[in-house]
Ligand binder design. Structure first.
Ligand code: SAM
Length: 261
């Protein structure tokens, strides 16, 4: 497993020491972080114990400000580049136009619009917990003149995939979704994805990797060890492979591919 960012991989971002050092290095970020922490604390009280409702409220607040920033891109240029990176990687690693693709946490189609353009009509299925970001996704569809491709965009409240047919998807993709998910949500997805995967199908997901203690920041960003996620996939009868060449790309997260073998 390449070690592209040894310092970052060891850091515990939830520790006070890390926060103080970070604040000293980035004084301009202290006030925005404090206001985000206050907002998130209020949202966590309102949605006590229900991560999906909490994160949906985070997305509603972020999307109202700027839909592209809500999915993690601070500019149009970065939004386009991050979508291109996902698209190029997946096409280079097995995606073909006739495949049926499920995009979990599709957001406002940062990569999705490129998948929709590339895939045969009706073969793209995007799901998300946030109605606000899905509304923004429909704007992107219209802006890109992709109506005739008839993609499916569906609001979901969990990752059981219970409304989707068995053996349907050649490719399942989740970019920057488990990086915002507690382990119960990841577990639910891995417990259920096998049912909807086609016989030779695979599921690629990114995650925020740590080689130290697993931790989270504001219950918005979750850091996992690779072996935790590999073991979880194996517990659900899936084979898991760390995607080494994704590490070479200019992206902070890591990627795992799981398949039913
Ligand atoms: C950082 S954005 C990434 C969006 C998209 N995958 C992309 O790369 O542009 C994370 C997205 O995942 C969605 N999300 C978070 N948790 C989810 C869950 N448990 N199920 C489905 N979607 C989820 C959020 O609403 C948000 O749209």
């Amino acid at each position: 497993m390449p070690d592209k960012k040894a310092g970052a991989l060891a850091a515990d971002r939830s520790s006070l020491g890390h926060k103080v050092r970070y604040a000293l290095r980035n004084p301009a970020r202290v006030v925005p972080y404090a206001s985000r922490a206050l907002r998130d604390a209020a949202l966590r009280i309102r949605h006590r114990g229900d991560h999906v409702s909490y994160y949906r409220a985070v997305m509603a607040s972020d999307t109202a400000r700027d839909p592209k920033a809500a999915v993690g891109s601070q500019s149009e240029k970065r939004w386009l580049a991050l979508g291109q990176m996902q698209f190029d990687y997946l096409v280079g690693h097995g995606l073909s136009p006739e495949h049926r693709l499920l995009d979990i946490g599709c957001g406002n189609l940062r990569a999705g619009w490129r998948f929709i353009e590339y895939l045969d009509e009706g073969n793209y299925y995007g799901i998300d917990i946030s109605p606000d970001i899905l509304a923004s996704a429909t704007d992107v569809l219209a802006e890109r003149s992709l109506q005739a491709k008839l993609p499916h965009l569906t609001l979901t409240r969990d990752l059981t995939f219970s409304f989707l047919p068995e053996g349907r998807f050649d490719v399942v993709h989740a970019h920057s979704v488990f990086s915002h998910s507690p382990i119960e949500v990841v577990d639910e997805a891995l417990a259920n994805v096998g049912r909807i995967l086609a016989p030779k199908g695979f599921f690629d997901f990114t995650f925020d990797r740590t080689e130290g203690a697993e931790h989270h920041v504001l219950r918005e960003d979750f850091y996992y060890r690779t072996e935790t996620l590999v073991a979880l996939a194996e517990k659900h009868g899936l084979a898991a492979r760390f995607m080494d060449d994704w590490e070479e790309l200019p992206h902070g997260q890591s990627k795992i591919r799981v398949s039913a073998e």
